[in-house]
Design a protein around this ligand. Structure first.
Ligand code: UDP
Ligand code: MG
Length: 314
């Protein structure tokens, strides 16, 4: 079997507690995999703790370790594209550093890849260590997203996946600045293969997400995945106009048949307020998309690299 090379791509943001443990666990699992050369590429996403110096230290000791350090914190989505741009191997496996993505799955992923899959993604069977609210909101969100688009949305799937060179080349063509990588994975297609796993709580440190960040990611997801909200505004506009038109006919007929009296102040207020609300909502929706056009049209680089070091896979 010819040897093929795989990069383990690991975005890192303030993870000093867990990097060494991660690497140790990773290498014990990698040692069991045959006929594959590995390289670990850390993308330090502007960490403000000792993460970078820990990585630098590890890299001097092991030539399988490479790193990129971004000039500031750009967010995981951009850290991932920075990594993908730098990957030179036949495939990449994207993993979180907090050991929530079990390295034990790597051998199975590589097996599926050898069998011809281009995108082997790990799907969570359970979500340990996440509370009821996060689970239900995540579930509802995926369902809404799926209903608005014809592209299949992968539920309960994170960024933990193996991507063949074909997929890497495809993904690096996506230069949009408000990135929703999860949508891109579906968009590119290719031969997909799913494997199931149980997601554990973080090994150490704290999640970098809060509800504000998740809501932003959710809105980014919808607005970059589909234009359905614009369609909703249109449909709502049509329905409201239709209702208003019917009501108009009713009023005209009533006035013709029974004469006019000065009634209807409450109903008028209701209609005005309702229409005002619908209009504001629609303007907001349009604004979301215009904002995105504005951001894309600036055409800025997605990330800037401060320091880098290349090892070699073996
Ligand atoms: N991460 C990053 N940049 C950020 C936030 C997070 O590179 O701005 C990395 C983080 O170090 C970790 C991964 O992305 O390797 C997932 O982050 P986290 O575990 O906080 O997210 P969760 O698992 O809670 O979704
Ligand atoms: Mg995590």
């Amino acid at each position: 079997m010819p040897s093929r090379s795989v990069t383990i791509l690991v975005p890192v943001f303030n993870e000093e507690e867990v990097i060494e443990l991660f690497l140790e666990t990773l290498f014990t699992h990698l040692a069991e995999i045959e006929a594959t050369e590995f390289e670990v590429l850390f993308v330090d996403d502007g960490s403000r703790d000792a993460s970078l110096s820990i990585i630098q230290n590890l890299a001097t000791r092991d030539s399988r370790i490479s790193y990129l350090s971004l000039s500031r914190n750009f967010g995981k989505e951009r850290a991932m594209i920075a990594g993908l741009d730098a990957v030179t191997t036949d495939a990449v496996i994207i993993m979180d550093v907090d050991l929530q993505d079990p390295p034990g799955l790597i051998s199975e992923m590589i097996q599926e890849w050898r069998n011809g899959a281009d995108d082997v993604y790990a799907k969570r069977r359970t979500r340990h260590g996440e509370n009821w609210l996060k689970r239900t909101t995540a579930h509802a969100y995926y369902r809404i997203l799926q209903r608005t688009t014809r592209i299949e949305v992968q539920q309960n799937t994170g960024d933990f996946r193996l991507l063949d060179r074909k997929c890497i080349d495809a993904l690096t063509l996506f230069r949009e600045s408000e990135r929703y990588t999860k949508g891109m994975f579906s968009w590119i297609g290719f031969t997909k293969k799913e494997i199931l796993f149980d997601r554990d709580p973080r090994a150490a440190g704290r999640t970098k997400w809060n509800y504000g960040g998740l809501i932003n990611l959710a809105i980014d997801g919808i607005t970059s995945f589909t234009t359905a909200p614009l369609r909703v505004s249109t449909v709502l506009g049509i329905l409201v106009s239709l209702a208003a038109f019917i009501y108009l006919i009713v009023i005209v007929l009533r006035t013709l048949l029974w004469g006019s009296d000065l009634q209807g102040y409450p109903s008028m207020m209701v209609v005005i307020l309702f229409l005002g609300g619908v209009q504001l909502l629609s303007v907001g929706v349009i604004g979301e998309y215009i904002g995105r056009i504005f951001n894309e049209s600036k055409n800025r680089p997605l990330y800037l690299i401060g320091q880098q070091h290349r090892g070699a896979p073996h």
